[in-house]
Design a binder for this molecule. Structure first.
Ligand SMILES: [Fe+2]
Length: 714
C-alpha cells in the first residue's frame, strides 16, 4: 500500500497560491484536493438546466471534519463517460460568498462518485456546498462544518447511529435527530454524526420470500412515501441465493446497487446533507459475521475487494487525505487489486492469514484513523473486521447440536482458552475441552491467539491513546467492549455470566484484557467507547479485568441500538426459541399480564438483574417484585439495557462532563406523518471527567417517557 509522503503537502502549498481556484488530482482513486481561497470568488454563472439529463440521486454528503479541511461527496447519474462536476463551497447558504470552486471528474470506474477534500478552510464554522453538472444542473446544497482549531477547547456534540436495514424499516431515527437539532440553538447543535457500521445489510430479501410471508409471518415489502417498494432486489447480477430468505451480492455492481437503494431514502439524504459523517463499518458492509476476507467456511477475497470499493465510493471519509498528516494517519484510499478466492493459510501470531489474496484484499483500503476536535476530543475510528482472527468460539463447536449460535450461555473461561489458542494457560493449552456436556479435542490447541484489531492497528491504537493530550479519548468501535453476561445459574451446568454473543469482544477476551490493562497501567483517563452492533441500547463501564473480584472500570461505554434493523428482543428470541426456559428470559406475552403490548422484554431484567428477575416478569410479577430477586453477580458494570428500543444516542463532551442521551423512537415499521418522528423515551447519563489513575462513574440523570421494563439499574 502506498503511503503518501508529506512532501506532497508541501508541494501543494508551494505550487498554488491561495488566491487561485485550484484543483489537484490526488490519486487515481477519484479523489480531489481543492484549497479554499482567502477571497470571495465570483460565482460562475451558468444557465440553469431547464431539462437536464443529469441527476444526483443519492444526494450529497460530507465527512471527517478537520480544523482546516472537509471531505465532500456526491454521485452524478445520467451519464456514461467521465463527467465534469463543479464543486462550490460557500460561507453562506445563499452562495453569495463562494470561497472554493473547482472542476473535478466523476469517473465511470468509480460509478460516477467523487470525493473532494477542501483544504485551507477556517476552523470551527459551517460551510455550504453543492455540485454542478455540465449543463448547469445543481445538486441540492449541503451544509457541513470544520473542527475547531487545534488549541481550542470547544465542546463536542455527536450523534451515534448504526444498523439500518432498509427493507425492514424506515430511517426515522435520522428524522428525529434533525427535528431535535432544528429546535436546539446553533451553539448547541450536533457537530457530526458517527456511524458505526451496518450502513447496508448485504442480506436483501428474495421477493418470493416476502410475498409468501417472511418466516411465515406474512411480511410484505414496506413502501416509501412516494409509493415505491422498499426493496433492494433484483440485484444486477441476480445475486447469490442464501437460504430460504436472502439474496446476497455476488460482485461490485451488486454492492453498489445496495448503497444506491439505501441512499435513495429521504431521511438519510437529509442527515447526510446537514452533518458531516464519520464512519467505520461492521460486518454487513461485506458479509455477516465476517473476519478478514472470510465468513462462515468461505474464503472471499474477491468479494471483500468489491465490498471495500463500494464503501469507498459511497461513504466519504478522509482516508489518504492527499498525504496530509502522514505521521498519525494510517488510513489509505482504495486501490484496485486482482485477487482470487483461496482458503486461509500461514497465520501470524495474531491469527492474520498471510495468504496473499487475503492480505491484498484487506490491504486494498485502510479505514482506521484519528480525528481531532481541538483540545476537547480525539476520535479513534477502528476497523474491527478486516484484521480480526476467527471468533473465540470455533465454527466446529457451533455445529455441535446443529445450532448456529451457542445454544445456551457458555463458560467465559472456555472462551478464554479457545481465544488464547496455543498461548492458553501460559503456553500449556489443554488437549481437551468440555462443551455441551461433551469432552472433545481442543480445536484451538495449536492455533495463534485470536486478535480483534490485528497487530498493526493495535499498535496504532496504543500509540494514539498514550500519546493523546485531548480531554476525551473516544473509541469508535463497531462492536462493544463490555462483557455481556447471561445468567443461567438456575441450571446445574449454568453460569451467572455465561456468554451468548461471541462475535464481539466477548469472543476476543485476550486482547480486550490487553487493551484495558494497558489503559489502566498507562493511567489513561477519560476514555469513552462509542459502540453499537447488538441492536439494543446499553450503557455501562468496561472493567480492566472482567474475571477479577477486584475489577475496576477503565472506560465508559455507550452502545447504540439499531436505526431499523430488528431489535435484540426479536433476534435473541429466534436464537433461543429451541429452549423454552431461556426464551422466557427474553420476552413474554404482555397482554396476559395487563401490559398494552403483546411482546414485552424480560431480557432487560435478564441482563441487569439475572434470570430469576426475568422469569418473574415473564410469570406476571411486577417490576419491583422482579428486582427483589436480583442476582448480584450479573453484569454489575451495566447500567442500562433496552432490548426493544430502536434509535440512536447523542453524546456531548465538555471540560467537565460527558453527557449522553439515548433516544428510543417508535418502532420504525410505519411511516410517521411527514416531518414527525414519534418518540418513546429519552434516557440520560452523565460521566464526570476523571483524573489519571481514577475511574469513570456512570450516573443515570433523567428518564423522559415510557419506562424501559427493568431496563435501568436504579
Ligand atoms: Fe447490525
Amino acid at each position: 500500500m502506498s503511503k503518501k509522503s508529506s512532501d506532497i503537502n508541501k508541494s501543494i502549498a508551494e505550487e498554488y497560491s491561495r488566491r487561485d481556484i485550484l484543483r489537484y488530482f490526488a490519486t487515481s482513486a477519484g479523489c480531489f484536493i481543492v484549497p479554499a481561497s482567502a477571497t470571495v470568488l465570483m460565482a460562475t454563472t451558468r444557465p440553469a438546466a431547464a431539462q437536464s439529463n443529469f441527476t444526483f440521486p443519492q444526494g450529497v454528503a460530507s465527512a471527517d471534519p478537520q480544523s482546516d479541511a472537509i471531505v465532500l461527496w456526491t454521485r452524478v447519474a445520467g451519464t456514461k463517460g467521465p463527467t465534469s462536476l463543479v464543486t462550490q463551497v460557500a460561507r453562506d447558504a445563499d452562495f453569495t460568498e463562494i470561497i472554493a470552486e473547482s472542476t473535478t471528474t466523476a469517473r465511470p470506474e468509480f460509478d460516477h462518485t467523487v470525493r473532494v477534500l477542501v483544504t485551507q478552510l477556517d476552523p470551527d464554522r459551517h460551510y455550504y456546498y453543492r455540485f454542478i453538472a455540465p449543463d448547469g444542473l445543481a445538486s441540492r446544497q449541503g451544509r457541513t462544518r470544520t473542527a475547531p482549531s487545534p488549541d481550542a477547547d470547544r465542546p463536542l456534540k455527536v450523534a451515534v447511529f448504526s444498523c439500518q436495514d432498509y427493507e425492514l424499516g424506515y430511517f426515522t431515527a435520522y428524522r428525529r435527530m434533525l427535528l431535535d437539532d432544528e429546535n436546539g440553538s446553533e451553539t448547541n447543535s450536533i457537530d457530526f454524526v458517527i456511524h458505526l457500521g451496518d450502513f447496508i445489510y448485504e442480506t436483501a430479501r428474495r421477493p418470493e420470500s416476502m410475498q409468501g410471508g417472511n418466516r411465515g409471518d406474512g411480511r410484505t415489502y414496506l413502501r416509501n412515501r412516494d409509493g415505491s417498494r422498499r426493496s433492494c432486489t433484483p440485484l444486477p447480477s441476480g445475486g447469490e441465493q442464501a437460504g430460504r430468505v436472502w439474496v446476497v451480492p455476488a460482485d461490485l455492481p451488486d454492492y453498489r446497487a445496495l448503497y444506491k437503494a439505501y441512499l435513495a431514502d429521504a431521511d438519510l439524504q437529509d442527515a447526510r446533507a446537514n452533518y458531516p459523517f464519520v464512519q467505520t463499518w461492521d460486518d454487513h458492509e461485506f458479509k455477516n459475521d465476517s473476519w478478514q476476507s472470510y465468513y462462515d467456511e468461505s474464503s472471499s477475497p474477491e468479494l471483500k475487494v468489491a465490498a471495500n470499493q463500494a464503501w469507498f465510493e459511497f461513504i466519504p471519509a478522509a482516508l489518504a487525505m492527499g498525504g496530509r498528516d502522514v505521521e498519525n494517519h494510517q488510513a489509505a484510499d482504495f486501490e484496485q487489486v486482482d485477487v482470487s478466492d483461496r482458503p486461509p493459510e500461514a497465520f501470524d501470531n495474531h491469527y492474520l492469514s498471510l495468504e496473499d489474496n487475503n492480505v491484498a484484499a484487506i490491504n486494498s483500503m485502510t479505514i482506521y484513523r484519528t480525528l481531532k476536535w481541538g483540545q476537547m476530543a480525539e476520535i479513534f475510528m477502528t476497523d474491527a473486521r478486516s484484521y480480526r482472527g476467527p471468533r473465540g468460539f470455533p465454527q466446529e463447536l457451533l455445529t455441535v447440536g446443529n445450532h448456529p449460535y451457542p445454544p445456551a450461555p457458555i463458560d467465559p473461561k472456555l472462551i478464554d482458552v479457545l481465544n488464547a489458542g496455543r498461548t492458553a494457560l501460559n503456553g500449556n493449552p489443554p488437549n481437551e475441552i468440555d462443551y455441551l456436556g461433551q469432552r472433545m479435542p481442543n480445536p484451538r490447541k495449536n492455533a495463534p491467539f485470536g486478535s480483534m484489531l490485528g497487530s498493526q492497528q493495535k499498535a496504532w491504537l496504543r500509540d494514539q491513546l498514550s500519546g493523546s493530550s485531548a480531554r476525551w479519548k473516544l473509541l469508535g468501535l463497531s462492536v462493544g467492549l463490555m462483557r455481556y453476561g447471561f445468567d443461567s445459574s438456575f441450571r446445574d451446568d449454568g453460569f451467572a455470566d455465561g456468554i451468548l454473543w461471541t462475535d464481539g469482544w466477548d469472543g476476543y477476551p485476550v486482547e480486550r484484557k490487553e487493551l484495558t490493562r494497558f489503559i489502566r497501567e498507562q493511567r489513561i483517563s477519560n476514555v469513552v467507547s462509542l459502540t453499537a452492533d447488538r441492536h439494543i441500547h446499553m450503557a455501562g463501564v468496561v472493567m480492566d479485568d472482567f474475571d477479577s473480584e477486584n475489577a475496576s472500570p477503565v472506560i465508559a461505554e455507550f452502545a447504540a441500538g439499531a436505526i431499523c434493523a430488528p431489535v435484540r428482543l426479536t433476534i435473541q428470541n429466534r436464537i433461543v426459541s429451541h429452549d423454552a426456559e431461556l426464551a422466557a428470559l427474553v420476552q413474554f406475552d404482555g397482554t396476559a399480564h395487563g401490559y398494552e403490548k403483546s411482546v414485552m422484554p424480560s431480557m432487560n431484567a435478564w441482563m441487569l438483574y439475572g434470570a430469576a428477575s426475568a422469569r418473574a416478569l415473564h410469570d406476571g410479577k411486577t417490576e419491583q417484585e422482579a428486582k427483589k430477586l436480583e442476582n448480584k453477580l450479573v453484569n454489575r458494570h451495566l447500567s442500562y439495557a433496552d432490548a426493544d428500543a430502536h434509535g440512536y444516542f447523542v453524546a456531548m463532551f465538555d471540560d467537565e462532563q460527558c453527557n449522553v442521551e439515548f433516544v428510543a423512537i417508535q418502532e420504525p415499521v410505519e411511516l410517521p406523518p411527514e416531518g414527525t418522528a414519534p418518540i418513546r423515551r429519552r434516557v440520560k447519563f452523565s460521566v464526570d471527567a476523571w483524573a489519571d489513575g481514577d475511574k469513570p462513574v456512570l450516573k443515570t440523570t433523567e428518564l423522559i417517557g415510557e419506562r424501559p421494563l427493568c431496563g435501568l439499574r436504579t
